[in-house]
Design a protein around this ligand. Structure first.
Ligand code: HEM
Length: 128
């Protein structure tokens, strides 16, 4: 019997790769712009471009290929912080991300991993 360790699959792969992440981000942003608490922050924004950056970022954050070349989370959210973004907005984003994945029948254990990754960005996003 071989004792060679089988490398575990990345969260990106376990979620279903590009198709799943793209679909999740599309559904997620529909929820964000329909959400009374969050939508003012995205008013007038090119959501197409935003979705593309978010797909690249999450793909990378979930251990998939790194095509994210954005300005970094701390920089990207300076404007939102100046506009009053705080913990409750961050919590809502994490909640909508989890709700999206639940809708897509992603198992709870994977949703918990995604939530932990999202949580790990809190300080950068909130500029703390
Ligand atoms: C888990 C939490 C979050 C993650 C992972 C995240 C991720 C991102 C990413 C990857 C971008 C694109 C950055 C770039 O240009 O390279 C972005 C931009 C942006 N995010 Fe977030 N975000 C989060 C939470 C929030 C929250 C709570 C708000 C406000 C309610 C928000 C508002 C924005 C806005 C307005 C932009 C566009 C900034 C600009 O281009 O001027 N984000 N976010």
């Amino acid at each position: 019997m071989s004792s060679t360790a089988v490398p575990s699959k990345s969260l990106y792969e376990r979620l279903g790769g590009e198709i799943s992440v793209d679909l999740a981000v599309d559904i997620f942003y529909k929820k964000v712009i329909a959400d009374t608490l969050l939508k003012p922050f995205f008013a007038g924004m090119d959501m197409e471009a935003q979705s593309k950056k978010q797909k690249q970022f999450l793909t990378y954050a979930f251990g998939g290929p790194n095509h994210y070349s954005g300005k970094g989370l701390r920089n990207a959210h300076k404007g939102a912080v100046a506009n009053g973004m705080r913990g409750e907005h961050f919590d809502r984003v994490v909640m909508l991300l989890a709700a999206t994945l639940q809708e897509l029948n992603v198992p709870e254990s994977l949703i918990a991993e995604v939530a932990a990754i999202a949580e790990s960005t809190r300080k950068d996003v909130l500029g703390q």
